[in-house]
Design a protein around this ligand. Structure first.
Ligand code: T4K
Length: 414
């Protein structure tokens, strides 16, 4: 549990004045959930004894079977990360030309397409769902379009009959980037089985964690077979390569981690849900601030606590709130600012492209820490900081301190 160093009862206690940071060490968005070390190490011992470390080993097979069962889908093909899962899906489906994607997503959704030589065409989002704006999408479809990728942003499903009808009417493949949505449901059904395929991420920061990892989920036998082929260099037998594959395999050690986190999925979601409820209780009454909601009639993993600051009503800008929080050792994140279309190489490729809703959402969203490192007291402290900062925005010292940078080494480019 993260230690609270200062409880922040009054404005002057904020770290942007002279107070100590609220937390002794940085509280990140995405800190991995604690791992059942005994369960994991037991599996690791078996792997070491078996001398079978990768190449579709028994742990990977068990992990694939359990994910497929859990999500009620025919095939789960585990791969080395979610980005490769997207790339392999595009390759296996032989996509060509342009693929429509939202710009309000993690950059990997577009990068995977570029690595395949495809052109991502950026669609605006619905400002309330943060998912694809279908009216805008319809206008983007042209003779070069081969597919649409919907992203279940924050784990809130991007499915809709309209979207499926559009894809069908225009003969387009339909994929879903479900990197955020493991364990979520739509109309009572687990997310994972719609469209041609859906992809998952099992990055360390996700609810199911394989250190790095991902998967393609599909009910299409042929597509599944092609993805398995491409995942292993295109080999169908010793010495027999049939396609331009890649090394997309998930190691046994990673699958062991995945199985261990699957064993504890429900308790981790329960903690996320508890934190989400506490944040809502603490923050919903602040004018100009709202916690993005999940449909309580469905299953949610609550792995993202997303705050939106309405610029019309909130006296403090989103960026200034992030500066205040970083000073308190609360490393809140501006996902998915500034929007993929405003990142390279897309910024140069689409100079002048404006996606008003994407840009507005990207300017007002802040993601707060959750998971097992955050308890009720931490939520209360973070919320008090937000209440004090928003309530007295005009009294905050200027300039505010800069954003904190990532702890891991980054390459600085001029
Ligand atoms: N599609 C979507 C919609 C996605 O969101 C993602 C990934 C993908 C596709 C691609 O899937 P992968 O290829 O990654 O499997 C993080 C994750 O790295 C990324 O997986 C995720 N989405 C994205 C939303 O968040 P960053 O760069 O913002 O955060 P990162 O990795 O630096 O981690 C955040 C913080 O978590 C760190 O500052 C410290 C803490 N942390 C992180 C790691 C890795 C730890 O405490 N321990 C750790 O081991 O991207």
């Amino acid at each position: 549990m993260t230690s609270i160093a200062a409880s922040k009862e009054s404005l002057g206690e904020l770290a942007v004045f002279t107070g100590h940071p609220a937390f002794l060490s940085p509280l990140h968005v995405g800190t991995p959930q604690p791992v059942d070390a005994d369960g994991f190490v037991g599996r690791v011992r078996d792997i070491l004894d078996s001398r079978w470390f990768t190449n579709d080993g028994p742990c990977v097979k068990e992990f694939e079977r359990r994910v497929a069962e859990e999500l009620d889908v025919e095939h789960c093909i585990a791969v080395c990360n979610g980005t490769i899962a997207l790339e392999l899906s595009a390759g296996a489906a032989e996509l060509t030309g342009e693929v429509i994607v939202p710009s309000f997503t993690f950059v990997a959704t577009a990068h995977a397409l570029r690595w395949r030589g495809l052109t991502p065409l950026f669609c605006d989002v619905d400002p309330s769902t943060h998912n694809l704006d279908l009216a805008h999408l319809e206008g983007l479809i042209n003779e070069r379009t081969s597919a649409i990728i919907g992203v279940h942003v924050w784990g809130r499903p991007a499915y809709s009959e309209h979207l499926e009808r559009l894809a069908e009417r225009h003969g387009l493949s339909l994929f879903f980037d479900a990197a955020h949505a493991f364990g979520c449901s739509y109309a009572g059904q687990p997310v994972g089985g719609r469209g041609d395929a859906e992809i998952l991420s099992f990055h360390a920061t996700k609810v199911i964690n394989t250190f790095e990892g991902g998967a393609v989920l599909t009910n299409d036998d042929d597509l599944a077979a092609r993805i398995r082929l491409l995942r292993n260099f295109g080999f169908v037998d010793y010495d027999d390569v049939r396609a331009l594959g890649i090394n997309g395999k998930l190691p046994e050690m990673s699958a062991a981690m995945g199985l261990t986190t699957l064993d504890h999925f429900d308790e981790n979601v329960a903690v996320n849900k508890r934190n989400y409820a506490h944040y809502r209780t603490e923050l919903d009454s602040i004018v100009g601030v709202s916690v993005l909601t999940y449909d309580e009639a469905e299953r949610n993993n609550y792995q993202y606590v997303v705050l939106e600051l309405d610029p019309a009503d909130c006296a403090l800008s989103r960026d200034d709130l992030v500066r205040v929080l970083h000073a308190e050792n609360v490393i809140a994140r501006r996902y998915f600012y500034p929007g993929v279309h405003r990142m390279e190489p897309y910024r140069s490729l689409y100079a002048g492209l404006v996606l008003p809703a994407t840009e507005a959402v990207a300017d007002r969203v802040v993601v707060l820490p959750t998971g097992q490192t955050v308890d009720e007291a931490a939520v209360a402290t973070i919320s008090r900081v937000i209440r004090l900062a928003v309530g007295s925005a005009e009294k905050l010292p200027r300039p505010l301190p800069p954003f904190r940078s990532p702890a891991s080494p980054t390459i600085r480019v001029a």
